[in-house]
Design a protein around this ligand. Structure first.
Ligand code: IPM
Ligand code: MG
Length: 332
């Protein structure tokens, strides 16, 4: 990869509104960073239809070799009850690339917080099965090393921001949470400049809903982070605006909106591409070392949110009109 100067981005257009918001992202990248090499690969429900596998081997290999992966939402109700589901491809991609640190920023007005969600452990990846008596089980599992690396990442991020870290767990009930808490406090010894506090997850939900401005960085396990990040998004303008970056220690990161594939509005041309574009901005900043272009894109998205809001925001702009405002702001 070192011999190649042009950066290669693997784009996964996904399902539902995925291809619509990906098309806007690609239009924008052609203007903002025309030398980027963009490649589309099948993933999710579209890939199941084509090959029976939500993450075909060819797509995984392309992702591994890329400088970054830009992913649109996946998921299709057609497969909700099927044995092979689009979401399984997403979990496998995260695991295969070992992108354990999922960064989900949320800001509006006085609120400026970052959720750091552990992404490749916990309930999503623990033992599961069916017992002889018909009981179905999913297991929450964490190894201390998994907690340590996400804690370190969160402390580093807190240090680069306002120096406050809230570690969210359920240590009054769960052993994995007691492990989590112990490891976070061990790691804290290396970050005396960061102020760390523990918070139980039920209280964290209430605090996020009632006083979200108190938070700087929140670090938490996979499922708590899934739930709290939707809440944080709702508190700061809605899911249509929320981007995310999933990073490992080496290899490509995955950049994707927090929202789903919204099959109910797919094909209507009214999807809000803001979260997708903000995910592109995170990619420009964190994977491609282009903070100036990232900031310009952030500002252009702000302009479009103001001047061409889509129906989910109470406006009536189409996806294409939103994109036109973004592009006009970028070339201005
Ligand atoms: C998210 C999504 C996924 C998750 C689903 C689609 C598997 O909700 O990225 O937040 O739970 O991680
Ligand atoms: Mg989620």
């Amino acid at each position: 990869m070192a011999s190649r100067s042009a950066k290669r981005i693997v784009c996964l257009p996904g399902d539902g509104i995925g291809p619509e918001v990906m098309a806007v992202a690609q239009r924008v990248m052609h203007v903002l960073a025309p030398e980027l090499e963009l490649e589309d690969h099948p993933f999710g429900a579209a890939a199941i239809r084509a090959s029976g596998d939500p993450l075909p081997a060819e797509t995984l290999e392309a992702c591994r070799a890329a400088d970054a992966v830009l992913k649109a939402p996946i998921g299709d109700p057609e497969f909700d009850a099927a044995d092979v589901r689009p979401e399984q491809g997403m979990l496998r991609l995260r695991k295969e690339l070992d992108v354990y640190a999922n960064l989900r920023p949320a800001s509006r007005g006085p609120v400026d917080l970052l959720i750091v969600r552990e992404l490749v452990g916990g309930l999503y990846f623990g033992a599961r099965g069916v017992r002889d008596d018909g009981t179905v089980f999913d297991t929450c599992e964490y190894h201390p090393s998994q907690v340590e690396r996400i804690a370190r990442r969160a402390f580093e991020l807190a240090r680069s921001r306002r120096g406050r870290l809230t570690s969210v767990d359920k240590a009054n009930v769960l052993d994995t949470s007691r492990l989590w808490r112990r490891v976070v406090h061990e790691v804290a010894g290396d970050y005396p400049d960061v102020e760390v506090a523990d918070m139980l997850v039920d209280n964290a939900a209430m605090q996020l809903a009632s006083a979200p401005e108190q938070f700087d960085v929140i670090v938490t396990e996979n499922m708590f982070g899934d739930i709290l990040s939707d809440l944080a998004a709702a508190m700061t303008g809605g899911l249509g605006l929320a981007p995310s970056a999933s990073l490992g220690d080496r290899g490509p990161g995955v950049f994707e909106p927090v929202h789903g594939s919204a099959p109910d509005i797919a094909g209507h041309g009214i999807a809000n591409p803001a979260a997708m574009l903000r995910s592109v901005a995170l990619m420009l900043d964190l994977a491609l070392d282009r903070p100036d272009e990232a900031a310009a894109l952030e500002r252009a998205v702000e302009a479009a949110l103001r001047d061409a809001p889509t129906p989910d925001l109470g406006g009536n702009a189409t996806t294409a009109q939103f994109a036109d405002v973004v592009l006009a702001a970028l070339v201005a």
